[in-house]
Design a protein around this ligand. Structure first.
Ligand code: PFF
Length: 450
């Protein structure tokens, strides 16, 4: 089985694919607005601290288990379990993980499809097709269905092409493009009137707000979502890494890229909001907080672009194209989780698995669209608020308590022979055994109570 599996052809390929999974809608619009309303640079420091001390160790747990098993989460957790009971729990965890990954994709595809529609709307407007442009931003059911199916089709096509030809190839193309577009947009927005005020709001630290316990827990939840943890995505990408690679370094690179893009996105979104304010667009809610979430992306920013004339259309196209890329490199990593499982556990071909599962997920997305008010928020809360932390907890327990320390060391030594002398081995086993599970339980308890 292992010999017919795909493998990333290079370190760069893996880092682009895993960073592609991590960098998504969460980074580009979730992080900046959260930072802005919660203490600016102080939130950033808390976020950085939590990412390196807790999310990075959890990421490493998935990468090490995945690379050791060279298999999907279900087989991997079964492999590292010493007895039947733990094997069964491991299998259930893996199965729940792929169900959650599929459900995340079902709502993510909807949001991503809005990005593509807004991107094309700017093009239509540039071409003078105003009524088409308006339809593309209309949120009507036909538009939503059409673009959800288009986005799902793109995701399925890339996953059908496999690990090297699909995931690696497209991530290695799209991620550098994303970075270049992001930098260009930042440079442009910073030249506009009002931008510096936004930058100040983003960068001036307000420690009182950033150090509240509720916020720390919220920041940790975002860090887990942002690094795609818990659902077996990083585990399956880890399973495609060659044994020669140094895992702590690779995990570190992915974490640094993820954080850097989030921070950079803040330098785009916050100044852009204040440029909008300067141009007469409302950016505060009635309660006085900064507008965030969907209203920010689909109302405030388009209103800003509309005040900028022709340039605004180009900037709008670039911005929504950037969002579409970020979403696509994340969505492929979600679909790979159930697809890899179906190929490896049930012997399906990649093409059949990708089409059947991708198709089934598109049906779930359709159901969400047809019953939007009841299902959309529910699926998001069920997957990201409750299931991801719970699954992250299980992966840490398997890495910290179930799997033998000696085997973990052997696995790490393959690409990093002197690992025992390094800082990683002195700290990580304790983190993953005690601190990570405890803190994740705290997040879970908080989200259940709150
Ligand atoms: N990390 C992605 C983001 O920040 O948007 C979201 C995500 C991707 C979550 C892949 C879960 C996953 F399996």
């Amino acid at each position: 089985m292992a010999s017919s599996r795909g493998e990333f052809s290079s370190r760069f390929g893996f880092v682009m694919a895993a960073a592609g999974s991590a960098v998504g809608l969460g980074n580009i619009w979730g992080f900046p607005t959260q930072a802005a309303s919660n203490g600016g640079a102080a939130f950033l420091l808390v976020y950085l601290f939590l990412t390196f001390t807790l999310a990075y160790p959890a990421l490493m747990a998935e990468l090490i288990i995945g690379r050791h098993a060279h298999a999907n989460a279900v087989s991997a957790l079964r492999l590292i379990s010493p007895n039947t009971l733990l094997k069964r729990i491991g299998v259930s965890t893996g199965v729940f993980g792929f169900i959650v990954a599929s459900l995340i994709l079902s709502f993510y595809a909807i949001v991503a499809s809005w990005m593509i529609a807004f991107c094309l709307s700017s093009l239509a407007s540039l071409a003078g097709m105003e009524s088409l442009s308006r339809w593309l931003t209309s949120f009507s059911l036909p538009r939503n269905m059409l673009f959800m199916l288009l986005f799902s089709g793109l995701t399925i096509t890339i996953i059908t092409a496999g690990v090297k030809q699909g995931i690696e190839r497209w991530s290695a193309r799209l991620m550098p493009a994303l970075l270049v577009l992001l930098v260009l947009l930042v440079l442009y927005v910073l030249t506009l009137d009002g931008a510096m005020e936004g930058l100040k709001v983003y960068l001036l630290p307000d420690f009182e707000r950033a150090l509240s316990p509720k916020l720390i827990i919220a920041a940790l939840g975002s860090a887990f979502f942002s690094l795609s943890l818990g659902v077996g995505t990083m585990l399956i990408y880890g399973s495609y890494i060659s044994d020669k690679e140094n895992l702590p370094v690779l995990g570190g690179l992915v974490t640094v890229v993820d954080i850097s893009i989030a921070v950079l996105a803040g330098v785009l979104v916050l100044p852009a909001m204040y440029v909008a304010l300067h141009n007469g667009v409302q950016i505060f809610t009635e309660a006085g907080a900064l507008i965030s979430e969907d209203t920010l992306i689909f109302t405030v920013l388009p209103e800003l672009f509309a005040t900028m004339g022709l340039v605004g259309k180009v900037v709008s196209f670039t911005f929504f194209f950037l969002m579409s890329i970020a979403a696509l490199t994340s969505s492929i990593s979600m679909l790979e989780v159930p697809v890899a499982y179906t190929i490896e556990e049930h012997g399906f071909s990649r093409k059949t698995a990708a089409r059947a599962i991708g198709g089934a997920i598109a049906i779930v997305s359709t159901l969400i669209l047809l019953n939007f008010d009841n299902l959309f928020g529910f699926v998001i809360a069920f997957t990201t608020r409750y299931s991801q932390p719970l699954l992250g907890f299980m992966f840490c327990v398997y890495a910290g308590w179930v799997w033998s320390r000696h085997s973990i060391l052997e696995e790490l030594r393959k690409g990093y022979p002197e690992v025992e002398q390094g800082l990683f081995w002195k700290i990580w086993p304790w983190y993953v055994k005690f601190l990570c599970p405890l803190i994740i339980l705290a997040i879970l308890a908080q989200s259940l109570i709150g």
